[in-house]
Design a binder for this molecule. Structure first.
Ligand code: IPE
Ligand code: IPE
Ligand code: MG
Ligand code: MG
Ligand code: MG
Length: 319
């Protein structure tokens, strides 16, 4: 084989990953546009225009759509119909977008810019931003419970339970509570978090939703235990990597590219692995996590090459 072959192969895989991410982003935009469209859902008495406008503002027109990509890519390992994967992906993206709108509120991270645009409470007002988040969170479970998501009720129920747990007390919301508590805002002398505490906090606030994205593929694909566990492991490792990359972007990223303010975490006393380990060690950790993520996919052989590229993307992204 000529010496350039392995390099060419790896460039091809990165290109396939980018193409698929772009395709999912466009499909999810269309899907959310439809799900938040003008047609009333059965049982609806009225549709407050300001609320639907704010929900559309929060959910449409931006974001990498990496979580729905994970659902689609992981589900495709089992030959799941793309329409089903896109429904589950849309539900997950609704929870993610709601978490961003609430994360940006003055009472939380107090940010003015998100996805290169004014945050929801700046474009509307605080109460509307809160309600838009509430509306998207509940819509997520409406979507998962629909026949369109999967013909088998047992599969839909598993998706509902897994997303509820990833989103709530022991998942994203719980992690956000720990994140704010670590700033010291509820306690004059907050305990200094060590590496393990920060890992737990981040596995909850960020890891849980990314992990759900991977596990949702296994649920839709009715995977056996070995392949289910492999995706679960891949999702947890990817989640840890994702937040380290986010924290590095806060430190070193270009605000014009990331579409949100940078340089805020240290000033706000955020508990991050970059803060605990330093940037250089956090970058080494990120590299190790990519290797771990690739290894977790071993049971899938070559059919998971694009998911391996997805792990490399998480570590090297500039937005
Ligand atoms: C940002 O998530 C919030 C974190 C959990 C780190 P993303 O980086 O996926 O944001 P979008 O969806 O692409 O805007
Ligand atoms: C966000 O963490 C986690 C969420 C659950 C939204 P950050 O607060 O670091 O996310 P950004 O940097 O505002 O996107
Ligand atoms: Mg935050
Ligand atoms: Mg924030
Ligand atoms: Mg951040």
């Amino acid at each position: 084989m000529p010496r350039s072959e392995p390099l060419k192969k790896s460039l091809d895989v990165e290109a396939v990953f980018q193409d698929r991410l772009t395709q999912v982003a466009s499909d999810i935009e269309a899907q959310l546009d439809r799900l938040l469209g003008p047609g009333a859902t059965e049982g609806e008495l009225a549709r407050p225009a300001r609320l639907i406008d704010a929900m559309r503002y929060v959910a449409l027109g931006g974001g990498k759509r990496f979580r729905p990509y994970l659902v689609v890519e992981c589900a495709s390992l089992f030959g799941v119909t793309r329409e089903h994967a896109l429904m589950a992906g849309a539900a997950l993206e609704c929870v993610h977008c709601y978490s961003l709108a609430h994360d940006d509120l003055p009472a939380m991270d107090d940010d003015d810019l998100r996805r290169g645009r004014p945050t929801a409470h700046k474009a509307f007002d605080e109460a509307t931003a809160i309600l838009a988040g509430d509306g998207l969170l509940t819509l997520a479970f409406d979507i998962l419970s629909r026949l369109e998501t999967h013909p088998e009720a047992d599969v839909r129920l598993k998706l509902v339970m897994a997303l509820a747990r990833a989103s709530g007390l022991g998942g994203m919301v719980g992690g956000q509570m720990l994140d704010l508590a670590a700033e010291g805002r509820f306690d004059a002398a907050p305990p200094k978090l060590g590496e393990q505490d920060v890992k737990t906090l981040q596995a909850m606030k960020t890891g849980a939703l990314l992990r759900f994205g991977c596990v949702a593929g296994a649920i839709l694909g009715q995977a056996d235990a070995a392949r289910w566990n492999a995706l679960d492991r891949y999702g947890s490792v990817l989640g840890e990597a994702f937040q380290i990359a986010d924290d590095l972007l806060d430190l070193e990223g270009d605000p014009a590219k990331v579409g949100k303010a940078t340089g805020k975490d240290a000033a706000a006393n955020k508990a991050t692995l970059v803060g605990v380990l330093g940037a250089a060690a956090a970058k080494r950790r990120l590299d190790a996590l990519v290797t771990e993520a690739e290894r977790a996919l071993a049971p899938f052989g070559g059919s998971a090459d694009v998911l391996k590229a997805a792990a490399r993307f998480v570590a090297t992204r500039s937005a």
